[in-house]
Design a protein around this ligand. Structure first.
Ligand code: UDX
Length: 445
């Protein structure tokens, strides 16, 4: 027992994506505040900045991505290459850490980004408990698992039309959206991901129980050997930290300070989605015509084959003047907390959605790929705190959300959802309790 009480070092394995680095570092910060020491192992590609986190030990491992000739825009090839290339270096890294392990700071478990599923076999090899972290909703776990032979019983149920509803949507419909544009290679990755979950001791999902109660229940039934913790939203449980790979332009906060309450629509498509020039111009003129103040993030690389911002015509700039503020990267959480922000035109990345509902900001949804196509259904059909954008109707949609009665109703529901978030974070609330249980679970290893 004595040794267990001293097992307080947790090794994290990160993936190199902004939308995954943020929640993983937030979770590491949460566990650190609970007394655990943290070692962060990360691929060299897009390394987080260690100087922002002097409290953690950072260890880069080789990922050989350039040798694998993977295009940096091809997500699935990157994930596949990382799972092939990082296994040996990660194993070596754990071996060295175990050798150096002192009695007072034993490694108690490996917490890995679910995308880096090879980590479970490394954990198994060293007989360490593996904790898989899902940075997207619990429903995506179901959507991935349903591709896999092992879960044929659910597929059978689906064909007999007996699948239970989750969160008032048919599981069939919710998971179907994740099946669009999938290739054999993607299905293989999803099967490997599911397999790692089966072997994990714990699955942590960055979600809240009340958001996806039924999905969480089915996940628990599917993976009876793992304990499921819904300890989200991590960013609300972690003290403020920045894990941005791009420099945040804080000038937009002074601009926001000059705007009226709830008047601004914040526009951002996260760290990966890209658009063409035509869509950029449609967005620009839609924003101009809406007559609403806007804060727009045009990330370098967001417009395919172009730097982006310089494509905007002079006539647009003259027309919007001070009414618009454009930045390359914003301090998003601060922006969404700002009283001037009344709406968020989003690509529906899960972090963006969590950050938006935590501040009671209603959404205008323009999903691109993967879980975003599932997340939009939650926002618009289940929680009803947003509208789906129809192309060619930008001006109308912005006004509907920000000015019309329909928007007012959506805003009320967003406020109500925020209250539920606040409750779940308070002592006795589901996320609060889940965090306590998680800390205890890790201590029990
Ligand atoms: C990716 C996937 O696209 C997404 O669908 C999945 O759920 C998580 O991984 P990404 O596209 O980057 O993530 O979107 P999102 O999940 O919203 O994460 C973006 C993060 O970057 C958020 O934490 C957001 O606060 C931050 N951000 C975004 C900024 O700090 N500044 C910005 O200007 C834009």
């Amino acid at each position: 027992m004595e040794i267990n009480q001293k097992s307080r070092r947790v090794v994290f394995l990160l993936s190199p994506f902004q939308g995954h680095i943020n929640p993983m570092l937030q979770l590491a910060t949460i566990l650190h505040s609970r007394g655990f020491s943290i070692t962060l192992v990360h691929p060299q590609f897009k390394s987080p900045n260690p100087s922002n986190h002097p409290e953690f030990t950072f260890i880069p491992i080789s990922d050989n991505l350039s040798e694998s000739k993977v295009s940096t825009g091809d997500l699935f090839s990157i994930v596949s290459a990382l799972n092939k290339n990082c296994e040996a270096p990660f194993k070596q890294c754990i071996e060295q850490l175990l050798k150096a392990d002192d009695h007072h700071d034993r490694i108690s478990c490996i917490v890995y980004d679910g995308l880096m599923f090879f980590a479970q076999s490394v954990a198994d090899h060293f007989k360490l408990p593996g904790i898989s972290v899902r940075t997207s909703p619990a429903a995506t776990i179901l959507a991935y698992a349903l591709h896999e032979q092992g879960y044929i019983s659910l597929l059978d149920l689906m064909s007999q039309d007996q699948v239970p509803e989750i969160e008032s949507l048919r599981l069939k419909e919710l998971t179907a959206v994740m099946r669009e544009n999938t290739t054999e290679a993607i299905l293989e990755l999803r099967a490997a991901f599911t397999d790692s979950l089966k072997k994990s001791s714990v699955i942590i999902v960055n979600t809240m129980n009340f958001l996806e109660q039924e999905a969480v229940k089915i996940v628990q039934e599917m993976f009876p050997a793992s304990s499921i913790f819904t300890t989200g939203p991590f960013h609300k449980l972690a003290p403020t930290i920045s894990s941005s790979l791009l420099k945040e332009d804080t000038n937009c906060i002074s601009w926001l300070n000059r705007q009226s309450p709830k008047s601004v629509i914040y526009v951002s498509f996260g760290s990966l989605a890209s658009i063409d020039e035509k869509e950029l111009l449609e967005m620009a003129w839609g924003l101009a015509d809406s007559e609403q103040p806007f804060l727009w993030v045009i990330r370098p690389g967001m417009v395919r084959d172009s730097k982006g911002m310089e494509l905007l015509p002079k006539s647009f700039e003259e027309r919007v003047g001070e009414r618009g503020c454009i930045v390359e990267w914003a301090p998003q959480k601060e922006v969404l907390e700002h009283e001037a922000v009344g709406g968020f035109w989003t690509h529906c990345g899960w972090n963006s959605i969590l950050e938006s509902i935590c501040e009671g900001v209603p959404m205008l949804c323009r999903p691109f790929f993967g879980d975003q196509n599932l997340n939009v259904r939650y926002v618009c059909d289940v929680w009803k705190v947003g509208l789906e954008l129809e192309r060619g109707e930008i001006e109308k949609a912005i006004r509907k959300l920000m000015v019309d009665t329909e928007g007012e109703e959506i805003g009320k529901r967003a406020k109500h959802l925020k209250q539920k978030v606040d409750m779940s974070l308070k002592e006795g609330g589901s996320s609060y309790s889940s965090l306590n249980d998680l800390a205890e679970k890790i201590l029990s290893f």
